[in-house]
Design a protein around this ligand. Structure first.
Ligand SMILES: Nc1ncnc2c1ncn2[C@@H]1O[C@H](COP(=O)(O)OP(=O)(O)OP(=O)(O)O)[C@@H](O)[C@H]1O
Length: 248
């Protein structure tokens, strides 16, 4: 199918201690769509996300991107990662580099852009995330929300085809969550696929084209926010949503 980005076919991930993190998952992910993966703690959401940039290699099954088997031994992982941006819960900025250097780094070392071109791209992205005035600061001079906005800018500097977000707001104080979600909101349908693991149900409801619900290593159902929130097929989905939406 022309709009297919990833075809995930029967993947499982068993860690060396025997934990089955993903248990026979198959999914089709389309270009320029927003997917939000939800589910209880330990259900395999992060592991599934990490298989898409091969930070975790499935123990069995295959993942195809644009028809090519990215799980094949011969597949060029580094080239793949250039096209797949990742934003982590804990930002992963380089502490010894300024904000500008953080965003320039991969552009210069991986894409071979010269300093002038990289800086031009970085300054544009800093403006986009509203942090131009912080360009000469170091990460430890920033709030958590600012660090995450810089991490998003850094991932965007590679002009990725797909952005993976692994609980991007869960390490933040509540008052900083909105500024990060607002940057993410502006990326929705901007030409890239977004795959987001989050407990922010407001984001899922407002911006997901499709919600993927996981439990115990399996995708138990998937559908539009309307269906998942209002008429979930699975009792486990209803119970999970109740626990996060009405915890008391
Ligand atoms: N490197 C690892 N070695 C062994 N087990 C692991 C490893 N990474 C994750 N797991 C286990 O795999 C299962 C799935 O973990 P994963 O982090 O994917 O779940 P999750 O749904 O993202 O959870 P959370 O919402 O708490 O982040 C869990 O039981 C976890 O303990």
């Amino acid at each position: 199918m022309q709009n297919n980005l990833f075809s995930i076919e029967h993947i499982s991930k068993v860690f060396s201690d025997g934990t089955v993190a993903i248990n026979d998952v198959s999914l089709e992910l389309q270009k320029n769509q927003v997917y939000v993966i939800i589910g209880p703690s330990g259900s395999g959401k992060s592991t599934l996300l990490r298989t898409l940039n091969l930070m975790e290699k499935p123990t069995s099954g295959h993942i195809y991107k644009d028809g090519q088997d990215i799980t094949a031994k011969s597949y060029p992982i580094e080239k793949h990662r250039e096209r797949v941006g990742m934003v982590f819960q804990n930002f992963n900025l380089f502490p010894h580099m300024t904000v500008l250097e953080n965003i320039n780094s991969a552009q210069m070392h991986v894409l071979n852009r010269d300093y002038k071109n990289a800086t031009e791209v970085s300054l544009g992205l800093l403006e986009q995330v509203g942090l131009l005035e912080k360009k000469n600061h170091y990460p430890n001079q920033l709030s958590g929300g600012q660090k995450q906005r810089i991490a998003i800018a850094r991932a965007l500097s590679m002009h990725p085809e797909v952005m993976l977000f692994d609980e991007p707001t869960s390490a933040l104080d509540p008052e900083m969550i909105g500024e990060v979600l607002s940057v993410m909101k502006n990326l929705v349908h901007s030409g890239m696929t977004m795959i987001v693991v989050t407990h922010e149900m407001g984001f899922a409801k407002a911006f997901a084209d499709e919600i993927i619900v996981m439990d115990q290593g399996k995708v138990i159902e998937q559908g539009t926010p309307e269906v998942i929130f209002n008429q979930p097929k699975e009792q486990r989905t209803a119970a999970f949503l109740k626990s996060v939406l009405n915890p008391l």
